[in-house]
Ligand binder design. Structure first.
Ligand code: NAI
Length: 335
């Protein structure tokens, strides 16, 4: 199938080409660097399939533009599909497929990396030692062993993160409207309010839905323990950034680790080191010594990138051969 691949980075091209050759898919892949937006949609004219990533725009106007140009399949290189207007896709008869799981370990391990780095301040120690400053002032951490960790969302990633934290000797509390029987063996399900009140570390692993939008706001920050560590590797809009800045300013939040940010689409996945960052809220976050931000790299391991490429192309092949059932997402059904 002819596939227009948007938001292409060198690694997308390399791994998609490898998977295409290795599994004899025979797709004709055309790589475009720009993000998919209304203004870039014309690049996909005549392509029956479009391949998109997390910060591509797939709202109604873009879907209508793609459809008018002959696109019938949208193949997401992501698990999350909150950026796709599924109602419009179904009205237009377009199929949307995704990669439901690539490496939940990659994201869970990145959440752990944020916890560890924030606690022992390794990112600050690294700079100090390089400048010949061996002072330990300000680097005091705490033992994770014996602490209470709150996991919000115990799906594939949350469950692995919970296991890791149990392995470190933490008590793990969890909140999920659909508790996992597997998790019940080693986590204690509690209400959200109980979790906020008891956890020393809170990690978000639920999807972005209307219900979870700004799950962390002024009210929930107020319910947290003083000095809590908050980690978000899920979706930026789970957190009201202004509320966590207030929480940091009054020491309610003692550490903040983010791999996602609510306005990340104009920042992440590109080199802006020569430009002025115009997002004042993001710039304020960067001024705190106890905030560690990574640019949506939780998924970025060799294993995950290989799996994303393989599943994406297998989805396209299944669609092409009329086995259109592979990992299709519709407004009322998720595979
Ligand atoms: P999953 O679908 O396996 O698990 C999500 C869990 O959240 C489910 O158990 C569900 O019941 C629960 N949930 C739903 N609504 C909830 C609510 N209101 N409160 C608490 N829990 C709720 O998803 P998976 O694979 O574990 O991924 C979790 C999230 O991680 C994804 O939605 C995505 O946003 C994010 N992600 C981030 C990546 C990164 O690179 N940083 C990469 C991949 C995923």
């Amino acid at each position: 199938m002819r596939v227009a691949v948007f938001s292409t980075k060198s690694y997308d091209q390399r791994y998609l080409e490898l998977a295409n050759a290795l599994h004899d898919h025979g797709h004709e892949l055309t790589f475009f660097e720009p993000r998919l937006l209304e203004s870039t949609a014309p690049l996909a004219a005549g392509f029956p399939a479009v391949c998109a990533f997390v910060n591509d725009q797939l709202g109604g106007p873009v879907l209508r533009a793609l459809h008018a140009q002959g696109t019938e399949l949208v193949a997401l290189r992501s698990a999350g599909f909150n950026h796709v207007d599924l109602a419009v896709a179904s009205e237009l008869g377009m199929t949307v497929v995704r990669v439901p799981a690539y490496s939940p370990h990659a994201v869970a391990e990145h959440a752990l990396a944020l916890v560890m780095a924030l606690n022992r301040k390794t990112f600050r120690a690294y700079n100090r030692v390089r400048e010949g400053n061996f002072s330990l002032e300000g680097l005091l951490g705490f033992d994770l062993h014996g602490k209470t960790v709150g996991v919000i969302g115990t799906g594939k990633i949350g469950l692995i993160f919970a296991r890791i934290m149990r392995g470190l000797g933490c008590r793990v509390l969890a909140f999920d409207p659909y508790p996992s029987p597997e998790a019940e063996e080693f986590v204690t399900y509690v209400s959200r309010a109980e979790l906020f009140a008891a956890a020393d570390v809170i990690s978000l692993h639920c999807p972005l839905t209307p219900e979870t939008h700004h799950l962390i706001d002024d009210d929930t920050v107020d319910q947290m323990k003083d000095g809590v560590m908050l980690i978000n590797t899920s979706r930026g809009q789970l957190v009201d950034t202004r509320a966590v800045i207030e929480g940091l300013k009054c020491d309610r939040i003692g550490h903040l680790g983010l791999d996602v940010y609510e306005e990340e689409e104009d920042l992440f996945f590109q080199d802006l080191s020569d430009r002025v960052i115009r997002d004042d809220v993001f710039s304020r976050l960067l001024t705190f010594p106890n905030v560690l931000i990574t640019g949506h790299q939780g998924f970025f391991t060799r294993e995950a990138v290989t799996s994303i490429a393989e599943t994406t192309l297998a989805n396209v092949t299944a669609y092409e051969r009329g086995h259109g059932t592979m990992h299709v997402v519709t407004a009322d059904k998720i595979a």
